[in-house]
Design a protein around this ligand. Sequence first.
Ligand code: C2E
Ligand code: MG
Ligand code: MG
Ligand code: MG
Length: 288
Amino acid sequence: VSAHESGQDCIAYSPEISTIAKDNLSVLGSLMQAIREGQLSMHYQPKICMRSGTVKSVEALMRWHHPERGNIPPGIFIPRAEQSTLINLVTEFALEQAMQQIVQWQSRGIDIPVAVNISPRNLLQPGFSDLILNLLERHGVEGRLLELEVTEGALMTDMARTIVELHRLADAKITISIDDFGTGYSSLQYLHKLPISLIKIDQSFVRRLPADKGALHIVEAAVTLTHKMGMQTIAEGVENDEIYNVLAGLGCDIAQGFAISRPLPAAEFEKWHSQHHGRFMVDKATSC
Ligand code: C2E
Ligand code: MG
Ligand code: MG
Ligand code: MG
């Protein structure tokens, strides 16, 4: 039973859940309006190659500025949108914005791939890979400039179908990353069947470094696992230099977090990028 269906069941007999369900409906209604009225925008956060200090890609993160309620974080509205087909519109918006940003940056010589977050439901949408491939073609964007961040849950729902869809995308040189690794149902068995290039270790582990030995061991094991499988490791939630240095010592490939940059509007990211000459914290410069 889907979360949506169970939510509907609850309305019938639980007043408490009923309030939540109504609140969800109001968020979904205003989100629809937000898409129509241009209240949504994307911010961009760099991911840094830890060996060269160069920007490997930027993650596109959605921002909603509501005229009365102010900023509504994606942690609030994305999970709600994910319970309905509205998430398809949300993802299409994110992809469309990413395409336009890539084209604009390309025209100005800024060659940076953009990573878009994909919800589990998107992958089950019929013709999802066609949608992406058409979008690339329509905008004249090379596949290597698009990265898709997919959570573990997405991979487990319909494995046979997911394998086909992701291979079509990877064949077009699109980078596939597993987001929030370690928090979902990982079936390690499937990892090697999928064309995954990058594993993003969830920030709940990264932020506890280096004091929390459990987190340290998990990150260490994740780095080893990804390297053995020919993939690269990204750490998200790198909040300070100490964490950055510990990760570098563990052989992590890519870092993303407030220590490097917060997610920024495109123009501010460009300023950051030019101020850093496209690089950050360079000690030993080798390629990523
Ligand atoms: P995520 O994909 O795991 O994105 C990383 C989140 O961590 C972002 O939160 C980012 O702002 C935050 N972050 C980055 N560095 C640090 C750090 O050093 N410390 C801390 N404490 N946080 C850091 P944000 O932007 O609030 O997004 C939350 C989640 O909402 C995302 O998690 C993603 O699951 C979802 N989301 C955001 N934009 C989109 C979108 O366009 N489409 C979809 N489907 N989901 C999105
Ligand atoms: Mg992400
Ligand atoms: Mg993540
Ligand atoms: Mg996360």
